[in-house]
Structure formats: structure tokens, C-alpha cells
Design a protein around this ligand. Sequence first.
Ligand code: DC
Length: 224
Amino acid sequence: MEKIIITIDGWSSCGKSTLAKQLAKELHFVYIDSGAMYRAITLYFLRHHVDWEDVNAVDAALKDIKLEFATNHKNGQTEMWLNGENVEYVIRDLVIAEKVSEVAAVKDVRTFAVARQQEMGKHKGIVMDGRDIGTTVFPNAELKIFMTADEDVRVRRRFKELYEKNPNVTLEEVKANLAHRDYIDSHREVSPLRQAEDAIVLDNSHLTMKEQLEIAKKWARERM
Ligand code: DC
């Protein structure tokens, strides 16, 4: 079967990465979490006190950032590495989530990340999730999925995920963060989150993971 590019865009906490990972596994494709790249850049900026409103500071910092994905052979998952350090777990913290949308709205940050994402898709056979993958990164992708789910479903899902790591987190905090990120992600000037004209909508508010995977698999096979 032909190798294709599958893009999965959508609002925060719709389950994009869950679907993308499972789909990649089923099709023997590579899964790439583009959000992890923006999170890793945010981590670097916070650690090094980089003012992301200062273009020169951003450009200088980006020169020192090396992002790589590597497979963790213990669990088979692809993990994010920043300058030789595995940051897959630290980048999931709410401290990063609170700033990542601001950093991801910076033009030069996006140019930097998009160039790397396009490079990773050169040989096709990838599933990449994010916000602008079907619109900006791979406008010619063979399959574009736009995921959505009811807001309360998304808040509960993200809360559960964060609560397992940090029982001090509150539902209100998570709700506010999601609303804040969705607003910035869909209103920024450069590549805002929007549905590509040729994307198929997948609303998973009332679907199990198995059901959504079956739907996506069918769409992918039709295009391979
Ligand atoms: O998917 P995520 O929650 O890990 O993404 C983190 C942030 O990065 C999200 O708030 C928006 C931004 N992002 C983006 O602007 N473009 C992408 N392709 C992926 C993520």
C-alpha cells in the first residue's frame, strides 16, 4: 500500500495524539507530535529567560535549540528530546501549557518548527497532529482529519490526565487553560487553528477510542 501523509488538527484535548499514535501503529507509520516541539521550545525559553516578544532574543535562542524525536524502546513511543535531554515528561506540565500558546504564536518560532516538520514528512508514511498541519505544514496531505469534541468532555479528559500526575490541579484551572489556549491558537496572526477546506471532521464526544480508530483507519485505507 502507498505511504501517505495523515494530518490531525483540532482544539486542545480532543484526543488528537491518542488517535494519531494508534493510527500510526496500525499503519506502521511514524507518529509526530508537533505540539511537543512548541512545548520543548517553551521549556527552553523559560529555562533561559528568553523574552519571546524580542525578535532578536528569539532568533538567537532558536540557533541553540536542537529538537529530535527518538523511540523509547521500553514502550515503543516516540519521545521529544531537547538538546540531548529527554523532555517528554516535563513538557506536559501545566507551567508549560500556560505559556506554550504565546510562544507558538511567534512567527520565527513557527518558521523554525514548520521547517523541521516538513523535513520529517519528506518520505511520507507519517501521522502528524497539531493545529496547522493540514493548512500550513502539509497542505497537500492525502488525508486531513479535523478533530473536535464538546468542551466539557475535553475539560474532563485533560483534568483526568493532569490529576494523575498532580492531585493539586483543579477542574477550573484546566478549563481556564483550555479556553485560553483555544482562543490564542485560533486568533493568532500566523497559521491560526482552522479547519482545512478538504479536512474531514471527526467529532469524538460520543465515540470510544476503538470506534474513532476504526473510522480513521477506514478513511486512511481509502486513500492509500
Ligand atoms: O497539542 P499540544 O497541546 O501539545 O500543543 C501545545 C500548544 O502548541 C498548543 O496550545 C498550540 C501549539 N501548537 C501549534 O500552535 N501548532 C501546532 N502544530 C501544534 C501545537
